[in-house]
Design a protein around this ligand. Sequence first.
Ligand code: CP
Length: 329
Amino acid sequence: MFERRHLLGLEGLSAEEITFLLDTAESFKEVSEREIKKVPTLRGRTVVNLFYENSTRTRTSFEIAAKRLSADTINLSASSSSAQKGETLTDTARNLAAMRPDAIIVRHPSSGAPHLLARHVDCPIINGGDGAHEHPTQALLDLLTIRSHKGQIEGLTVAIVGDLLHSRVARSNLFGLRTMGARVRFVGPTTLVPSHFADLGAELVSDLHEGLRDADVIMMLRIQRERMNGRYFSSLDEYSRMYCLSGEAVAKARKDVIILHPGPMNRGVEISSTVADGPYSVIMDQVTNGVAVRMAALYVLVGRRRGIESSGEDTANEPVPLRRVAAAE
Ligand code: CP
């Protein structure tokens, strides 16, 4: 069940809502394995990608997801929009909304930008990453990857390592993982792991080897120099000496540990190439799962909504025949 109009974050979502999104994504995985990777679910629908920050994975996978669902897609970046001429985000969104899209995916450097748009436009808004706040579809694809490899999320110990302070991925994962019953450790220098994260349910650890002890899952984060306006460590060299994930550090975790990274990676800074490309890495699985998760988000917010509106009945409480969503189309 997922009855919300928008997907703005994982904070406040229930375990049932998250499970529903993951199950729906699971049912869409096989579409990407077909020779003809397309189902007609969103035929005649229009999805706008409004990206005010650079992106490789999120923007591309939303576009691929929308196309695999047969939606029409429009991509707009800050440099190609009238933001360059002084138009506000709200005015841009209102103008886009006047062209009647069926969903707008927004990435913005300011926390709360998607929430602002959700108050000004009629169509569903999906948060593609807002400042250091949330990146819900990234966390959902991380949860899907973890669940696929481990069978379940409940009871796992997940160590998230690096620049927690500036990480929307870490925040969304913290909300999602805690709701699903995992234990979450935030590992990094105290300057990048603020104490208030403990109030949100994270255990805070500054020593890398201690933080990785018996972890089932390790998630490495990039140092976000573009969001830093002060000095958080004396040099990048010193940071990587202390926090770069090497084979020796991985050995502290459980023998069947899996290693995630949302990308983009800075090899040799937070993760060694041996580990990033090694047997425990599931980083490419994350990218593959990103398409299925974004198909699920679009289907749940746009495709399912269409069924509700055209029938005149709100059937949002009825279980969707998940296996049949993709298979029958
Ligand atoms: N993980 C992630 O958000 O990557 P992009 O910045 O490439 O979208």
